[in-house]
Design a protein around this ligand. Structure first.
Ligand code: NI
Length: 112
């Protein structure tokens, strides 16, 4: 799961960067989540390495997001099926996805 969140971070770094300079609307490419987790070999690696990766990737994302000029928050992208969303939406969606996994898979599991 933490590996999946690292993949989400990696893919979103691409999006947060590309959307700032590509022609609008940038078409957001989806990625095969299961293949990513499998091919990154997260299951075979020490948890602390994946934790460090997660922290480093998200520090980088904070750095990218704090440097996006305000006017670019309204840039639009196509998230599939001609659904247009803004950069602001994309950022919130990234956080919502992370929260969803942390709440459902880390917190619930530990308290059960
Ligand atoms: Ni997910």
């Amino acid at each position: 799961m933490l590996g999946h969140l690292c993949d989400s971070a990696i893919n979103n770094i691409h999006r947060f960067i590309n959307i700032q300079y590509e022609e609008q609307p940038l078409v957001i490419q989806s990625y095969n989540q299961d293949q990513w987790v499998k091919l990154q070999n997260y299951q075979e690696r020490p948890l602390d390495e994946i934790c460090n990766l997660f922290i480093a990737l998200n520090k980088q994302i904070i750095n990218i997001l704090s440097n996006i000029p305000k006017e670019k928050l309204s840039y639009v992208c196509d998230i599939g099926n001609n659904q247009l969303k803004t950069v602001e939406w994309l950022i919130k969606d990234y956080l919502k996805h992370m929260e969803h996994h942390i709440n459902n898979q880390i917190l619930m599991k530990n308290y059960a």
